[in-house]
Write a protein that binds this ligand. Structure first.
Ligand code: ATP
Length: 869
């Protein structure tokens, strides 16, 4: 490095010498004009001077900086003509103080200031010169150091066509060809400058804003921005290469002068003048610039540029991938979320790009076609946040409605017990009912926070935290993947979900609740667009992955052609001027595991795993914590039937007490009905001391035989009095219990089979159904309860006496019963039940409770429950 610095110092020195020699030469020329006798001697002296000038310039501008850009240089390695500690001089032209004698003119560029030429690149010689300066700069500096932001407002990017391999390798940005692209380019330059000034960026890349021609419609405001960039750019390694500057004006004031800029201006006939360069290099005593006219450097042909760029692109492509690990902080959990959440998730150009969720950008929309990298980006963002903020600062609610396992990375699994300690609830392949339950839980939490803020006399979480930095109020990030599933449609579920979402979106920012909605598209979610003031107005932060332009403004199609791994990030609701291209790393499984383990090991001993709801999972009563904790000492005995589709998946069942009608009927042809009955009976068995109750088991369908056998074994094994009976035995038991009730559970599988037999009259003119109805009404008072599975709702209804007997069996579990059939059975035509695998509707007619549940099944039932009904 030292030798390079010395070399550069020497280059600067040589340039200064060249300038002073040139002044000498000028004096000699003037002498020639005044002293007619000294002619021959002076001519000789002048030739010697220009020869020395040429030598000096060539030795100071070796390699890419000055050598002709023709076939002879193509194979020269890139990055070997570096200038780490001083400005990079590049050859800009050749001066010709006397006929036949030329010397190279260099100007300081990167590390010193800017270059501007007053003719734009529509002039072929200027275009070749412009390409040459870019190639010299790019090839002289080390690989990966220079990023070019090309602008070509006149030729649709043609000036940069030969650099295409570098654009494809994402080393350079694609050429901006219109006003919005030009302004996005200015913004990227400005962002680098502010990031350096604020200390957020300590190793900035060299950013060259290369303007081949300004776009039509550029304004004085743009000039002012450019002037500011010219002024502040060099100390942030931002440099301008401008062709067509200053723009010619028809009227009005001219553009502002650009600081630190070497100007080349046309002197006619292919000659150019060069102004004084920035820095200590004075070319003339009166600051009028180079005291000779010059020709422009011949620059580079498109072939030479393309050959060099292809080579550079190959190595750049290999090193351009942003590594997931490099985005994670060295030390976890160092940040406070008092004013918002920030996380670096990728790079805009070479600058780390930070996503911010705060009062200004509280909520985010994310879209991209299938396979565009949505899941990947969410994982990068959430892991980056979870690494920066401790679980006291951040909580995660994750909901996924699609088939897939995107949020499994946050939960313990059979192979890996770790979880992300911030995750509170995780829904995978969620039901809309679950989504609504999560939204409602969040609304309750928001209201709780509103109360706490009010009590503290403040209106925003940031203010509360400012007054009390330790206040336990973490920001909550709620992610809903494929959210259109939750909000589409016009049923009461969708309406309730939209209402909850609106409340959270409008008020959440003040209470530290941030929403991230991800989808392939937001078109077609009428409920969210319907209102005049669209809910999406609350989502200023938009990330459009490839194919996700739908969440940007109409006509802003910037995301359409992006490669996977990049996105348009827009913090202004999608207006094209605010587009930023950002590259995201791949969150590979191994890195995720490493990070999850780091976070998990750092958790507090009180941290609980998230409440996980996996739509496809089967639940068995043997694993149920509530079931395991049951003892005969319970206050009210419960028949457990499944897990509610709700936050935390609470275990649900029916209290079977002395109230008439406390009996259970499971309805539907699905054999899961047998399993539910098994679970109900087994759970009740744990709540009785052996000998205090009888179990009478009757099974009337072959599909239930195995379940019946198992139940008998379980009950007998637990020491209970348990009898298996046939149809006659069941009828006899009913007659006996109707006459002399004693604590008994009658457990009847496929009860529909036995109805004809029960319908027959006995010698006393009573039917078995008469006894059944007596037991239903009077039994609970004596500890007699019927637990039954009916494969036909109609048979069940007839058996209990039609609508008159509706209240006699209050506890229902509907499996694959069509909604209309269930509605007419219950006499409730507002009921909306859509039967589906692995779900049941629990109805308690005494307290009007309805809940969607995942019914308990016995091991191995999974394939059956997931078959369509
Ligand atoms: N930043 C990235 N860099 C490299 N590869 C990526 C990146 N992002 C995603 N990929 C790859 O693209 C593929 C699709 O990614 P991902 O599953 O995140 O897409 P998706 O949009 O969630 O898809 P879908 O909606 O179909 O589930 C994956 O194989 C992933 O490895």
């Amino acid at each position: 490095m030292g030798s390079i610095a010395q070399f550069l110092g020497r280059a600067a020195y040589l340039h200064r010498q060249a300038a002073s020699l040139l002044l000498d030469a000028q004096a000699t020329v003037q002498g020639l004009e005044t002293d007619q006798f000294a002619g021959a001697a002076a001519d000789h002296e002048l030739r010697q001077l220009t020869a020395r000038l040429r030598h000096l310039a060539r030795t100071g501008l070796e390699g890419w900086r000055g050598q002709p850009l023709d076939g002879s240089i193509v194979d020269r390695p890139v990055g070997h003509d570096v200038v780490p500690d001083g400005p990079l001089f590049v050859k800009v032209g050749e001066a010709q103080p006397i006929a036949d004698r030329t010397f190279w003119v260099a100007a300081p560029f990167v590390g010193a200031g800017h270059l501007a030429i007053d003719t734009d690149a529509r002039d072929r010689r200027v275009a070749a010169w412009f390409r040459g300066i870019l190639l010299r700069t790019f090839a002289a500096l080390p690989e990966g150091v220079v990023r070019v932001l090309p602008v070509d407002g006149a030729m649709l990017g043609a000036t940069f066509a030969a650099f295409r391999p570098l654009v494809d390798a994402e080393v350079w940005a694609p050429a901006a060809t219109n006003l919005s692209g030009w302004r996005a380019t200015l913004e990227e330059a400005e962002q680098q400058i502010t990031a350096v000034q604020s200390g957020d960026l300590t190793e900035p890349p060299v950013l060259v804003l290369a303007v081949a021609a300004l776009p039509t419609g550029h304004s004085r405001e743009d000039w002012a921005r450019l002037a500011a960039i010219a002024h502040a750019g060099p100390s942030a390694r931002v440099h301008l290469l401008l062709a067509g500057w200053p723009p010619s004006l028809l009227h009005g004031d001219g553009p502002p002068r650009l600081d630190y800029t070497t100007f080349l201006s046309s002197a006619g006939d292919g000659w150019w003048r060069m102004s004084e360069p920035p820095g200590p290099y004075r070319l003339s005593p009166d600051n009028t610039g180079l005291p000779a006219l010059m020709r422009l450097d011949a620059g580079a042909s498109e072939d030479v540029v393309a050959a060099v760029c292809r080579r550079a692109a190959t190595t750049a492509a290999a090193s351009r991938r942003t590594d997931f690990g490099s985005l994670m902080p060295e030390q976890i959990w160092q940040e406070s979320s008092a004013t918002g959440l920030r996380a670096v998730v990728g790079r805009g150009g070479r600058i780390p790009y930070e996503i911010v969720l705060d009062d200004a950008t509280p909520h985010m929309l994310l879209a991209g076609r299938s396979g565009a990298g949505k899941t990947n980006l969410l994982l990068v963002l959430l892991y980056a946040l979870a690494s920066r903020y401790s679980p006291d600062e951040l909580g995660l609610y994750l909901l996924d409605f699609k088939e897939g396992v995107s949020f499994v990375e946050f939960t313990p699994t059979g192979n890996d017990p770790s979880w992300v300690p911030h995750a509170r609830t995780v829904g995978i392949e969620s039901d809309c009912e679950y989504g609504l339950a999560v939204l409602r839980a969040l609304t309750r939490e928001m209201n709780r926070r509103a109360g706490a803020l009010k009590a503290a006399g403040v209106t925003k979480l940031a203010a509360l935290r400012a007054g009390n930095p330790d206040a336990a109020m973490p920001r909550l990030v709620v992610v809903i993947d494929e959210f259109q599933v939750q909000f589409a449609g016009n049923d009461s579920l969708a309406r309730d979900a939209v209402a909850a979402l609106e409340e959270l979106a409008r008020k959440g920012r003040s209470y530290g609740i941030h929403l991230i909605l991800a989808s392939q598209t937001i078109a077609g979610i009428d409920a969210l667009y319907a209102k005049k003031d669209s809910i999406f107005g609350q989502f200023p932060l938009r990330i459009a992955l490839p194919g996700g332009s739908g969440i940007l403004d109409a006509g802003n199609t910037a995301a359409d052609g992006l490669p996977v791994g990049s996105a348009i990030v827009n913090t202004a609701g999608g207006v094209a001027e605010a587009n930023r291209v950002v590259r995201f790393p791949e969150a590979d499984a191994a890195s995720l595991t490493t990070h999850r383990h780091t976070l998990w090991r750092a958790r507090s001993p009180l941290n609980e795993p998230p409440a996980v709801f996996a739509g496809y999972a089967e639940y068995q009563i043997g694993d149920d914590p509530l079931y395991q904790a049951l003892t005969p000492q319970v206050r009210r005995r419960q028949a457990l039937v499944g897990r509610a589709v709700d936050v935390g998946l609470p275990t649900v069942g029916f209290a079977l007490d002395a109230v008439p009608g406390r009996h259970l009927a499971v309805l539907g042809t699905s054999t899961v009905g047998a399993d539910v009955l098994h679970a109900a009976a087994a759970s009740l068995a744990r709540q009785h001391e052996p000998g205090t109750v009888r179990f009478v088991i009757a099974g009337f369908a072959a599909v239930a035989d195995e379940v019946v056998d198992d139940l008998v074994a379980v009950l007998t094994g637990a020491g209970h009095d348990c009898a298996e009976v046939d149809a006659a035995g069941l009828r006899a038991s009913l007659a006996e219990l109707a006459a002399v009730p004693q604590p008994t559970y009658l457990v009847t599988f496929a009860a529909d089979v036995v109805v004809p037999l029960l319908n027959e009259r006995g010698p006393d003119r009573r039917t078995g159904l008469d006894d059944l109805r007596t037991v239903l009404r009077q039994g609970p008072g004596y500890g007699v309860h019927l637990l039954s599975w009916w494969r036909g709702a109609r048979r069940f209804s007839d058996a209990i006496g039609g609508s008159a007997g509706r209240e006699d069996v209050a506890c229902l579990v509907a499996l694959n019963v069509p909604g209309s059939e269930l509605a007419s059975l219950l006499g409730d035509h507002t009921l909306t039940w859509q039967m589906r695998p692995n779900r049941a509707l629990l109805l308690d007619r005494h307290d009007q409770r309805q809940r969607l549940v995942v019914p308990f099944v016995r091991p191995g039932r999974h394939d059956e429950i997931n078959e369509p009904a």
